[in-house]
Write a protein that binds this ligand. Structure first.
Ligand code: SF4
Length: 339
């Protein structure tokens, strides 16, 4: 059955439209709070106590909730973590989500450590694209930033992802002043040589990630430094785009900039999140979370769960507060949200 566009299902899609008429057709699902890396901007330095198995949604529960979201207009799902590939039998979840009628795009964000031997099988299971986190092209710096020695494995994972023929491969680079901002040109050269997008992300505040405004490299500054060496041409990234995208003159790949701190894109937001422990977040920075796990486990019907989802969406703010206020919010750590 051909995937039906959101517009052909007006009435159901309304369930995920907020007070600002933003329709939410993109769901990010965190499938675990665990990870095999310790990235400094994501996981608190002192580590985290992993959630008990029973607190984490089962695949059956994830598929049931995803089915309801898709029935109400979601047509794009991204799997995140922690690190999704550390969850066992992930291929079966991918296959079951892929089979959902109405789901147009299924993506995953990964740190790439386990990708070299699994990329082709994830593609075969039904994934349409990968975002691979890599914040440095230097193995020594990788070890400093992740407290692990897997740089070569991630590069091999990127090669495997390209070889597997994913329609979309993107490299996520969180840029931090004084840490890796001296690699903007090197990453642009990398993008110019490979059929992928390197995406520079402004550093964002989450629980205990030692964020400060002085550690951000603003979008305008990143562009100024890159355009001193390269010619960039703006590309149309679409109405709900998270990144500002550019072609690189003479290059095969392209660049993206995720500017949520200095030029936010909340007015066109179409994203919702489901955490690994079954909480719905209507915004990455919202600290008001809606529990779906307990009502689901208590036997709630699809209609009752839909009503809970709708209430969550109706409670969404117009946009995140200024960054200085964000750091005051008692939000989760990035690893517990999944970006
Ligand atoms: S900060 Fe919140 S409202 Fe703004 S784009 Fe991100 S998720 Fe959407």
């Amino acid at each position: 059955m051909p995937p039906s566009s959101p517009s052909s299902r007006e009435t159901p899609a309304a369930a995920l439209t907020d007070r600002f008429s933003r329709r939410h057709n993109y769901l990010r699902i965190s499938v675990t709070d665990r990870c095999n890396l310790r990235c400094v901007y994501c996981m608190p330095a002192e580590g985290l106590v992993w959630r008990e198995r029973a607190e984490i949604l089962s695949f059956e529960e994830i598929v049931r909730l995803a089915k309801i979201f898709v029935a109400h207009g979601v047509d794009k799902i991204r799997l995140t973590g922690g690190e999704p590939t550390v969850r066992r039998h992930l291929h079966s979840l991918i296959g079951r989500l892929r089979a959902l009628p109405g789901l147009r795009t299924l993506l995953m964000s990964t740190n790439g450590v386990l990708l070299a031997t699994t990329a082709a099988s994830y593609r075969a299971a039904g994934l349409d694209g990968l975002n691979i986190s890599l914040d440095t092209l230097r193995p020594d710096r990788f070890a400093q930033m992740t407290l692990r020695d897997n740089h070569a494995a991630v590069l091999a994972g990127i090669t495997a992802a390209l070889a597997a023929g994913f329609p979309s491969v993107k490299i996520n680079v969180v840029v931090m002043q004084g840490i890796n901002d001296d690699e903007l040109v090197a990453f642009t050269e990398f993008a110019a040589k490979h059929p992928l997008e390197v995406r520079f992300i402004e550093f964002m505040p989450f629980d205990r990630n030692d964020w400060s405004a002085s550690r951000i490299v603003p979008y305008a500054e990143m562009r100024r430094r890159i355009e001193a060496a390269f010619t960039l041409t703006p590309l149309d990234a679409g109405p709900h785009a998270v990144a500002k995208e550019f072609a690189i003159a003479g290059g095969v790949g392209r660049l993206g900039f995720v500017t949520s701190m200095t030029e936010n894109f909340c007015s066109t937001c179409n994203r919702l999140r489901l955490t690994a422990d079954g909480k719905m977040k209507n915004c990455l920075f919202s600290t008001t979370e809606t529990d779906l796990r307990e009502p689901l486990r208590a036997g709630a019907t699809d209609a009752e769960l839909t009503a809970i989802m709708q209430q969550c969406v109706l409670g969404k703010w117009a946009g995140h507060p200024p960054m200085e206020q964000l750091v005051e919010l008692n939000n989760r750590s990035m690893i517990q949200i999944g970006g």
